[in-house]
Design a protein around this ligand. Structure first.
Ligand SMILES: Nc1nc2c(ncn2[C@@H]2O[C@H](COP(=O)(O)OP(=O)(O)OP(=O)(O)O)[C@@H](O)[C@H]2O)c(=O)[nH]1
Ligand SMILES: [Mg+2]
Ligand SMILES: [Zn+2]
Length: 344
């Protein structure tokens, strides 16, 4: 709740500074057929504030407010009219200003439940190419279960996942590479970086280039520091990891697409909530573990949960060391948290 409050308060404050805009009303993309006459320019929303949004078009950023008619249209299950990553059709109304009249259909979207009405969704970002999941070698220590949660959520969104193990200056890289092999074998790209020594940053930059990426991961792993390191001058706020707990506190609060100079758009997310598996149903979890899927075809039951069913090929593979036991443990814990009860 706390992060949400902060985001909304910040949006309000910035909005008021801009021009006392009316709150955004939900909008159904494509419903506005009369207005879709092919006029105007198409730009990408890079920041959403309470009265409108900042739209990038041909290297220029235009402050756009929604056309009146858009605000009247209500889509009941969606709280916000636009999200970062949206392509909007807009017309210029003055120097650096415009009005947008249509949100083009979204290729995909990252959502979270509205804090005041869980049946409504709040779209955080759309039209994403990939998700970069950042973990740290130490401070906080690499937590494979958290990593697996992010991976499952990313798989559920049908987005490509890449993993970045940061702070490799704090632990010998060799051991880390070994621990992460299970992920590279599954086909995930894994980067080993240090924002302090600069190790691995070139490879990371190359992977972000020409893409719209979401950067996500537990607080304190160094997401903002990494972005500052690959884009000097960005000057994102970084917080010291609490000495006592070794954990960070979320310092990144607003949602904005960062435009990096080498041609990349990155969303530095406020935290795990968008990835909080809120849309995943328990029976969908097995297929989100791509390593399990490779052997699940041999389970006796086609809808096997790999828990206590007889002749479960996944459990046999774990016992025989063909599947990683840590992944299986994550799997059981994720399943438990979604069913709300302990599986035997
Ligand atoms: N040793 C070491 N420390 C790092 C590295 N990268 C980041 N840090 C430190 O880790 C701490 C947290 O970094 P942040 O960039 O604020 O972490 P974050 O992931 O953005 O955290 P939130 O915004 O709270 O989600 C800071 O003290 C950084 O200086 C690294 O590669 N090596
Ligand atoms: Mg941050
Ligand atoms: Zn099974």
């Amino acid at each position: 709740m706390k992060d949400d409050d902060l985001v909304q308060k910040k949006d309000r404050d910035e909005g008021e500074r801009q021009q006392k805009p009316a709150p955004l009303a939900p909008f159904e993309p494509g419903a506005n057929a009369l207005l879709r006459v092919g006029t105007g320019l198409v730009g990408m929303v890079i920041e959403v504030l309470s009265g409108g949004c900042r739209v990038e078009h041909g290297g220029e950023v235009v402050w756009c407010v929604p056309r009146g008619i858009l605000k009247k249209q209500r889509k009941h299950r969606q709280r916000n009219l636009v999200a970062v990553g949206d392509r909007v059709r807009f017309m210029r109304t003055g120097q650096g200003q415009g009005v947008f009249e249509e949100v083009l259909p979204r290729r995909n979207k990252l959502t979270r439940p509205d804090p005041f009405n869980p049946a409504m969704e709040h779209v955080i970002a759309s039209n994403l190419d990939q998700v970069l999941i950042v973990v740290s070698a130490q401070k906080p220590p690499l937590d494979r279960e958290i990593l697996d949660r992010y991976l499952v959520a990313t798989e559920n969104l049908n987005l490509a996942a890449m993993i970045c193990v940061n702070k490799v200056d704090l632990e010998p890289e060799e051991g880390l590479r070994e621990r992460m092999q299970v992920y590279s074998r599954m086909g995930y790209r894994v980067f080993f970086t240090s924002a302090v020594t600069g190790a691995g940053l070139d490879a990371l930059k190359a992977a972000l280039k020409d893409k719209t990426s979401v950067m996500t991961g537990y607080s304190g792993v160094g997401k903002s520091t990494l972005l500052n390191a690959i884009e000097p001058g960005l000057d994102l706020k970084v917080r010291e990891v609490s000495e006592k707990t070794g954990q960070g506190k979320h310092t990144t609060v607003s949602v904005r697409l960062l435009q990096l100079s080498f041609g990349a758009y990155v969303l530095d997310t406020p935290g795990i909530r968008e990835f909080g598996l809120w849309r995943v149903r328990p029976w969908e979890v097995p297929k989100l573990f791509r390593d399990f899927e490779e052997v699940a075809g041999d389970c006796r039951y086609p809808k096997c949960f790999h828990v206590d069913e007889p002749d479960c090929a996944v459990r046999v593979a774990v016992e025989e060391g063909r599947l990683d036991p840590v992944r299986y443990k994550s799997y059981r814990r994720i399943l438990e948290s979604l069913t709300g009860r302990r599986q035997r």
